[in-house]
Design a protein around this ligand. Structure first.
Ligand SMILES: Nc1ncnc2c1ncn2[C@@H]1O[C@H](COP(=O)(O)OP(=O)(O)OP(=O)(O)O)[C@@H](O)[C@H]1O
Ligand SMILES: [Mg+2]
Length: 346
């Protein structure tokens, strides 16, 4: 790509991350100093810095068993996905209602990735729930339009050729079977709620198939796959807030529209309805709210179960995933269970 350049750099750890940021900036934005650069996020996989004109994501050693190799591979994958997406969007027939970042520069080893920044404000889930009905409707419709546009911009077969077979369809039934194999372990650990929830899914789904695609007949398209409110920024005054940008393409790949809409189920039924109405209007697919909620529930149950991490330091469950399960299935409460079962990390 003509607007990007590639430079390699050493692995970051601890304070060395600031040295890496300074070294990268001196190459890609020589007029910017470290003082103009603000750390905006310390996530599981990356540390993110905002500098005038761009966002710099630095791969880090993750805390849930993610090695630097894994987080670097994720950043390399994100660079490929963003490039594919933006080159698809150069087709003037495809109009997206929101901006997506462009790659400024990427380290071929995946140590860092610099993307253009667009500004806008990131809201919490609670704040978005307090948006007006009009704003929520607009949000849902925009996510619908966005899903259609991105699915037209990227052909999933091309994506697979570019990033390899292991990045194919996420096989939820296989993930689910893996989790089911651990039921007795979860039971012994005292996660009665989790075991009950997973058993209820066994009854509900024939998990020998990709139930979304084959049983429900939804088409397989390029989807963002991590479309929660933390990866969206908004602009506009209160009462007229509009989705401005969708970023964080590290997980994008083959999925269904229901997959893209599942986080709306945690935000607002009004937003979800608007997205589904848009989708039905523009495609042949009539997706029910129940399907999206079931899809979201299964996803979060798997992520919750998979994040139980047995190490010498203790057993942890991902509190975000647990909170998501609780929101979709209020009958399952986790709070007291967690504090009883999970010892604090040293
Ligand atoms: N283009 C952007 N403009 C403004 N802020 C951004 C932009 N991109 C990222 N950010 C900020 O940085 C944060 C982390 O970025 P991003 O979501 O891309 O990383 P991440 O992969 O979620 O990291 P992790 O998974 O490790 O938490 C965002 O939540 C947002 O606050
Ligand atoms: Mg993110």
């Amino acid at each position: 790509m003509s607007d990007s350049q590639e430079t390699s750099a050493s692995s970051p750890d601890g304070q060395a991350v600031y040295e890496l940021v300074a070294a990268v900036l001196s190459e890609i934005a020589p007029s910017v100093s470290l003082d103009d650069c603000e750390k905006v996020d310390e996530g599981q996989m990356n540390t993110t810095f905002l500098y005038p004109g761009g966002v710099l994501k630095i791969a880090k050693e993750g805390y849930q068993g993610l090695t630097l190799n894994v987080t670097r591979a994720a950043l390399r994958g994100e660079a490929v996905r963003v490039r594919l997406l933006t080159s698809g969007l150069d087709n003037t027939d495809i109009q997206l209602p929101v901006e997506t970042p462009r790659v400024i520069a990427a380290d071929p080893e995946g140590a860092w990735l610099a993307l253009k920044a667009y500004g806008g404000h990131v809201y919490s889930r609670q704040e978005i729930r307090r948006f007006s009905a009009e704003e929520l409707k607009e949000l849902g419709r925009t996510v619908g339009t966005f899903t259609l546009g991105t699915s037209q911009a990227v052909d999933i077969r091309t994506l697979r050729q570019q990033i390899g077979d292991e990045q194919g369809v996420i096989d939820k039934p296989a993930q689910f079977r893996e989790v089911l194999g651990k039921l007795s372990m979860f039971e012994a650990m005292g996660y009665a709620n989790l075991v009950e929830l997973l058993r209820s899914y066994v009854d509900e789904y024939d998990f020998a198939h990709d139930f979304l695609r084959q049983e429900r007949g939804l088409s397989l398209i390029f989807t963002h796959r991590d479309l929660h409110q933390g990866n969206m920024s908004f602009i506009g005054p209160d009462g007229q807030r509009k989705l401005k940008e969708i970023f964080d393409w590290a997980l994008a790949g083959a999925g269904t529209a229901a997959h893209n809409f599942r986080y709306l189920a945690l935000l607002s039924p009004v937003a979800l309805r608007a997205a589904l109405d848009y989708w039905r209007e523009k495609t042949d697919e009539d997706i029910s709210e129940e399907l999206v909620i079931a899809c979201a529930g299964l996803h979060f149950a798997i992520s919750c179960a998979r994040s139980i991490d047995i190490t010498v330091t203790g057993q942890t469950i991902n509190p975000i995933a647990a909170g998501n399960v609780e929101l979709l299935h209020p009958q399952y409460t986790w709070g007291s269970e967690l504090s009883r079962v999970v010892p604090a990390r040293p």
